[in-house]
Design a protein around this ligand. Structure first.
Ligand code: ATP
Ligand code: MG
Length: 271
C-alpha cells in the first residue's frame, strides 16, 4: 500500500492543518456510521486525503458500512500498543485512492490510555499526510467518545427528527463542550415528510431545542440501508437526492458556500 502524499516521494511532513472530526450522538442508530463513511467518500472524491477511524470499540461495523470488511487484519489498538507500524494498519480504498480506513478492535482494552491513543492518531495522521481524519463513535457516552473527544477539534452530532434523538443531541453537545470540543455542529439525518419547506421548519425547531449550529442535512432514503448492508458508498449509489446531499455536506465541510438543500428534490413521505 502506498501512503505517500500526493505527488511526493519519501519524507512525509506532518500536515499541521489536518482537521479531525468526530461523528457522534449518544443515541444509537441515528446514522453516525452511515453519515461518517459516506461523507468521507464524498470529501475524498473532492481530492482530499481522508482517514476513517472506527472508534466503536467492541462493536465495530464501519468496516462493513464502508466496504473494508474483507481486508481488515489490524486495528487501531495494534497501533496504540505499538504492535505494528501504523502504515501497515491503514487500508487504502480500492474505489478512491484518497480514502483510507483503520478498524476498531473487537473489544475495549482498559489498559488503553488517552495519551497513547492521541499519540497513535498523530502518528497515523502524519504517516498518511491526511487532510481529514473522520472518527466514528458508538452510541452512548463512554470511553470511546472520551477518546475521540480528546483528539478531535470538531464534532458532527448526527440527529434524526425524533424527540429522543434531539434530546440526545443536546446531551451529547454538552458532554463534548465539557471536554473541550469547541466546534460542534448538527447533521440532521433521515429527513422525510414530503416538502423541503416543512423540513426546514423541523430543522429550525431542532436547532432551537439543542442550541447547536447546523452543518447539513441528509434525506431519508432506503437506498442508504441497502448500500450500508453491502459496503457500498455514495460514489456508487443511484439516488440523486442522496448523492447530492452528501456532495452538499462535503462542500460545506470544505468551507464552500452551498445551499442546505441544493439539488435536493422532494423528501420521502413516511407512512
Ligand atoms: N438517511 C438515511 N436514510 C435511510 N436509512 C438510513 C439513513 N441513515 C442511516 N440509515 C440506516 O439507519 C440504520 C442505522 O444507521 P447507522 O448504523 O449508520 O447508525 P449509527 O448511529 O452508527 O448506529 P450505532 O449507534 O449502532 O453505531 C442503518 O440501517 C442505516 O442504513
Ligand atoms: Mg455506528
Amino acid at each position: 500500500m502506498d501512503i505517500k502524499p500526493n505527488g511526493n516521494t519519501n519524507v512525509i511532513p506532518p500536515r499541521l492543518s489536518t482537521k479531525i472530526i468526530l461523528f457522534t450522538s449518544c443515541k444509537g442508530g441515528v446514522g453516525k456510521s452511515t453519515v461518517c463513511a459516506n461523507l468521507a467518500m464524498a470529501v475524498a472524491k473532492r481530492n482530499r486525503r481522508v482517514l476513517l477511524i472506527d472508534c466503536d470499540f467492541g462493536n465495530r461495523c464501519l468496516d462493513l458500512v464502508a466496504g473494508f470488511s474483507e481486508s481488515v487484519v489490524y486495528d487501531i489498538s495494534d497501533v496504540v500498543f505499538n504492535k505494528i507500524d501504523c502504515k501497515n494498519a491503514i487500508l487504502q480504498d480500492k474505489r478512491c485512492e484518497n480514502l483510507y480506513f483503520i478498524a476498531a478492535p473487537h473489544g475495549f482494552d482498559h489498559c488503553m490510555e488517552l495519551s497513547a491513543f492521541r499519540h497513535a492518531v498523530r502518528k497515523l495522521t502524519e504517516a498518511g499526510n491526511f487532510d481529514f481524519v473522520f472518527i466514528d463513535t458508538p452510541g452512548g457516552i463512554g470511553e470511546p467518545l472520551n477518546f475521540a473527544a480528546g483528539v478531535a477539534d470538531t464534532a458532527y452530532i448526527v440527529v434524526e427528527p425524533t424527540r429522543a434523538a434531539i434530546r440526545a443531541a443536546e446531551r451529547t453537545s454538552d458532554f463534548l463542550a465539557l471536554r473541550g470540543v469547541g466546534k460542534r455542529r448538527l447533521i440532521v439525518n433521515k429527513l422525510a415528510g414530503g416538502s423541503v419547506r416543512k423540513a426546514k421548519k423541523e430543522i429550525i425547531s431542532i436547532i432551537d431545542t439543542t442550541s447547536v449550529k447546523l452543518h447539513g442535512v441528509i434525506p431519508y432514503d432506503p437506498e442508504l440501508i441497502f448500500a450500508g448492508n453491502k459496503g457500498v458508498l455514495v460514489d456508487e449509489m443511484l439516488s440523486f437526492n442522496v448523492t447530492n446531499a452528501f456532495d452538499n455536506l462535503a462542500a460545506r465541510t470544505l468551507g464552500e458556500g452551498r445551499r442546505l438543500f441544493a439539488n435536493i428534490k422532494r423528501l420521502r413521505k413516511l407512512k
